[in-house]
Unconditional design. Structure first.
Length: 362
C-alpha cells in the first residue's frame, strides 16, 4: 500500500486554476497519522483513489483527475486539528448536479480511518461550474417588487402550536397574524399532512386567511405552504394545488434531499412561485465544531440549487447563532462577490457568476 501523498494527492507547489473547485476541510488525524498524509488521503478518497494502487489507473488521465491537497495549516488554539486545502478538477463533476458534487466531496471521506474527525468548512465554486446551475429565480429585488415593500425588513412568523391545530383554526392564526402587521406567516418544518389536519384543508384555510388579510390591509400578503411529502409526485401535486388557489410561495425542508430541492426549484421558476427552504436537519452535521459540514457550505449549495429563501438562523432566539458565524451565512447568500474573511469563516474569494441573491430568513 502506497501512502496517498506519494500517489500524487499532495502537491505543495500546485498552482490553483480559476476553474478548480476548492474545498477547505478541518482535519483531525488519527494519532500517529501525519497531517499531510491525512490531507492527501481525503483528497484521494474524494476523487479518484481507492485504498491501493490499481492497474486501471493507467487507463485514465490520472494526473489530471487526481484531487490535490496543496496546503495544510494548524488550526489556531488546537493541538491536533489542521486546515487542509484541496483542489478538484472541474471535470470530475457532472454539470448542474449538486447530488454528484456532494457524492464526491462528502461521500466516503467522513468515515475514513485516517481521520478521527473531518469537517467541510468552506468551498470555492468556480465561475464555470456555477453557470451550470440556475440559482434563485427571484432574489431579493424581484421579491420586494412583487410585494411592493421596500426600505424595511420583511416581517414574518411561524404558526404555533405547529402541530395539533385544525385547518380552520390554523387559517385563523394566519389571518390574525397578517392583519396584525406581518408580511408572511409560515408552516413549520414538520407540518405536512397529519390526521388532525390534511394538507389540502390547511392550504384552503391558509389562503382564505391570506386573501381576507390582503383585502383588509390593502397589502400583498402570503403564507409559506409546506409541500414536503413522502414522494416527488406528492410534492408536485401539493405545489400545483398551492399555485392553483393563488399562493405566491411554497416551502420545502432540507431533509427532502438535494435532488428533490433542485427539482422543486426548477418547478418554482417555471411557475413563478417563490420557494422557501427550511433547514430542518442541518444541525445533525453542522453543529459539531470538528466534524460534519459548516452551514455556510449548505448556504452556497442551496443558492446554487435555486431556492429563493433559506432559513439561515439569527443571533438571538432559541437556536445556536454566533454573530460572526451568522454574518458569514448571510454574506454567502447576499453578496455577489465574496472576499476572504476569516472572522466570518470565509476562506476563499468567490464570484457568484451573476446568480441571483438568496434571501436569508431568520
Amino acid at each position: 500500500v502506497i501512502p496517498y501523498a506519494k500517489m500524487g494527492y499532495w502537491d505543495a507547489d500546485y498552482n490553483v486554476k480559476d476553474t478548480d473547485i476548492l474545498a477547505l476541510f478541518r482535519i483531525t488525524p488519527q494519532p500517529g497519522v501525519d497531517p499531510v498524509e491525512a490531507a492527501a488521503a481525503v483528497a484521494g478518497e474524494s476523487s479518484t483513489a481507492t485504498w491501493t494502487v490499481v492497474w486501471t489507473d493507467l487507463l485514465t488521465a490520472c494526473d489530471i483527475y487526481r484531487a490535490k491537497a496543496y496546503r495544510v495549516d494548524p488550526v489556531p488554539g488546537t493541538s491536533d486539528q489542521f486546515f487542509a486545502y484541496i483542489a478538484y478538477e472541474c471535470d470530475l463533476f457532472e454539470e448542474g448536479s449538486l447530488a454528484n458534487l456532494t457524492a464526491s466531496i462528502i461521500g466516503n471521506v467522513f468515515g475514513f480511518k485516517a481521520v478521527k474527525a473531518l469537517r467541510l468548512e468552506d468551498m470555492r465554486i468556480p465561475y464555470a461550474y456555477l453557470k451550470t446551475f440556475q440559482g434563485p429565480a427571484t432574489g431579493v429585488v424581484v421579491e420586494r417588487e412583487r410585494l411592493d415593500k421596500f426600505g424595511r425588513p420583511l416581517l414574518g412568523a411561524t404558526v404555533k402550536p405547529k402541530l395539533g391545530l385544525s385547518g380552520k383554526n390554523y387559517g385563523r392564526v394566519v389571518y390574525e397574524g397578517l392583519t396584525g402587521g406581518l408580511d408572511f406567516l409560515k408552516d413549520d418544518e414538520n407540518i405536512n399532512s397529519q390526521p388532525f389536519m390534511r394538507w389540502k384543508e390547511r392550504f384552503l384555510y391558509c389562503m382564505e386567511g391570506v386573501n381576507r388579510a390582503a383585502a383588509a390591509t390593502g397589502e400583498v400578503k402570503g403564507s409559506y405552504l409546506n409541500i414536503t411529502a413522502a414522494t416527488m409526485e406528492q410534492m408536485y401535486e401539493r405545489a400545483e394545488y398551492a399555485h392553483a388557489i393563488g399562493s405566491v410561495i411554497v416551502m420545502i425542508d432540507l431533509v427532502i434531499g438535494y435532488t428533490a430541492i433542485q427539482s422543486m426549484a426548477i418547478w418554482a421558476r417555471k411557475t413563478e412561485m417563490i420557494l422557501h427552504l427550511h433547514r430542518a436537519g442541518n444541525s445533525t452535521y453542522a453543529r459539531q465544531k470538528n466534524h460534519g459540514i459548516n452551514f455556510r457550505v449548505i448556504c452556497k449549495w442551496m443558492r446554487m440549487c435555486g431556492v429563493d429563501h433559506i432559513h439561515a438562523g439569527t443571533v438571538v432566539g432559541k437556536l445556536e447563532g454566533d454573530p460572526l458565524m451568522v454574518k458569514g451565512f448571510y454574506n454567502s447568500l447576499l453578496l455577489t462577490h465574496l472576499k476572504i474573511n476569516l472572522a466570518e469563516g470565509l476562506f476563499f474569494d468567490m464570484d457568484w457568476a451573476a446568480l441571483r441573491k438568496c434571501v436569508p430568513v431568520a
